[in-house]
Design a protein around this ligand. Structure first.
Ligand code: SF4
Length: 485
């Protein structure tokens, strides 16, 4: 049996965990560990281990009919000529494809939106600090770590780094939604007290994150905390190349996905082109997003995967699986990690599209050189001043109501099934509602009711956490009424 072995990077988040994908001659995939990978030393989380499920192959389509990739490119070229186009690329593909996409945007007189609306709310001098983080090794040498994410659920291979830091003498304080076992202290305090109570200084590291649904006020608060305490700060991101795509797009197109959805609903956006970015998967309420996308005149999807957006797109330009692509990714610490794959189907399709639209021809080598020149350079992080910020208020909560909060994680960003089929509540909620052992909790919002199993965690009153997308959610936080069933 002939087998192909690809060296690649897990697309689950921008830790950039290296691995091998083995593909047999029938297309069956298996994951192998890559001990030489600097980010993860061969370790993978549950999402990384389940990667074969993630790589569903896309099929080129025009108006619901299967076609060749060439015909899909031709149809896309015809429909994009003269159109007022909005483009979205969150960083789920290589630097080289992202750059090709951005050159098409130039030709069309538009920009690539990275979906991270938070950047548009931040002064430009803050972007490098949010964009490229500290090295993962810096975490291990910190004397104190303040966690504003749940690494177990959201960025699992971070746990290894934090445990290494603890072994080196670091203390860990968690300021998340629920108690974390690896933290020495779990604090639920007023954000105004962070500076005085968290014990941070220049030997400390703050770990937070940004994603398409992040509250800008929260990011400003994190930046202020780093500024005032002198602590280093690392913003994790959910997409393998979120860092690279941000640098390549240089802050030109930072419309968030919610803003793009608003534009479609208001009628100001009629044509959307996406590059490996499925808004139905990326937004909390997939059904509402699908209904919005159906209002577009033209929805053109360039994708290596068969996501839900492919099913409603007018045109799908299918590219090769991510692991087979020539090119690389920039992880959260600014390292460029290259695939061993040599396939350029996606780049070739975008080159033809570009030429058909009056732009330049593109080839992999030129794009690759261009990537090296534009983003692999010495990073300078300009100083920024204290920022004025308001943080989204999520409380107080009435009795028998709860704030359902998405604990975003790799499975959620790609809408993939996971074993986490429960919500997390605290003991007070169990008692107030009279939840029985092995029973369920009914959650009701304007979007309907869902019955869920529950797990008890140490966490503040009034919160219900979910690591799985739920049909009752209308945003990353949703007020729900609760009942025992
Ligand atoms: S931590 Fe992130 S990059 Fe690493 S295996 Fe898990 S999902 Fe993939």
């Amino acid at each position: 049996m002939k087998e192909m072995i690809y060296q690649t990077v897990c697309p689950g988040c921008n830790m950039g965990c290296g691995l091998y994908i083995r593909e047999d001659d029938e297309g069956a995939l298996a994951v192998d560990f890559m001990k030489s990978s600097s980010a993860n030393l061969g370790k993978l989380c549950r999402f990384g281990m389940k990667l074969p499920h993630h790589y569903s192959k896309a099929t080129s389509m025009v108006d619901g009919k299967e076609v060749s990739v060439e015909d899909a490119v031709q149809a896309a070229s015809d429909r994009l000529k003269g159109a007022n186009v909005t483009m979205l690329g969150v960083g789920n593909t290589t630097n080289e494809e992202s750059l090709a996409f951005s050159k098409i945007a130039d030709t069309l007189g538009t920009v690539v939106n990275t979906g991270m609306g938070v950047y548009s709310q931040l002064p430009a001098e803050c972007h490098p600090t949010v964009g490229v983080g500290i090295t993962l090794d810096d975490i291990e040498s910190a004397s104190r770590i303040a966690l504003f994410v749940d690494p177990y659920v959201q960025y699992p291979l971070l746990v290894r780094r934090i445990l290494a830091a603890k072994k080196n003498g670091a203390s860990v304080v968690s300021v998340g939604w629920k108690d974390l076992h690896l933290a020495d202290e779990n604090m639920y305090i007023d954000p105004d007290l962070y500076e005085s109570e968290l014990g941070l200084d220049s030997e400390s590291v703050i770990i937070a994150d940004v994603h398409p649904n992040t509250d800008p006020g929260w990011v400003k608060r994190m930046l202020n905390l780093a500024l005032k305490t002198g602590a280093k700060i690392l913003f994790m991101k959910p997409f393998v190349n979120a860092t690279g795509v941000d640098l390549l797009c240089k802050g030109t197109g930072q419309k968030g996905i919610p803003e793009i959805m608003d534009g479609i609903n208001e009628g100001s956006i009629k044509t959307l082109v996406t590059l490996d970015s499925d808004p139905i998967e990326l937004m909390p309420d997939g059904d509402a997003v699908a209904a919005t996308l159906k209002k577009l005149d033209k929805l053109i999807v360039i994708s290596s995967r068969d996501g839900p957006v492919n099913k409603i797109a007018s045109i799908v330009i299918a590219t090769e699986p991510l692991y087979a692509k020539a090119g690389g990714f920039m992880n959260v610490e600014g390292q460029v990690l290259n695939n061993s794959g040599e396939s350029t189907t996606g780049i070739d399709a975008m080159s033809t599209l570009s030429q058909n639209l009056g732009g330049e021809a593109m080839d992999y080598q030129n794009l690759h050189n261009n990537v090296l020149e534009s983003i692999v350079q010495k990073y300078t992080k300009p100083k920024y001043k204290e920022l004025v910020c308001e943080v989204l208020d999520i409380g107080p909560v009435e009795e028998k109501k709860g704030n359902l909060i998405y604990l975003f994680n790799p499975f959620m960003w790609f809408d993939q099934p996971d074993d986490n089929d429960f919500v997390m509540v605290n003991m007070n909620m169990v008692k107030t509602l009279g939840l029985s052992k092995g029973g369920m909790i009914a959650l009701t919002s304007d979007a309907g009711t869902v019955n869920m199993r529950y797990k008890v965690e140490d966490m503040p009153d009034g919160l219900i956490l979910t690591a799985k997308k739920l049909p009752v959610a209308t945003g990353w936080t949703t007020m729900v009424s609760t009942e025992a069933v």
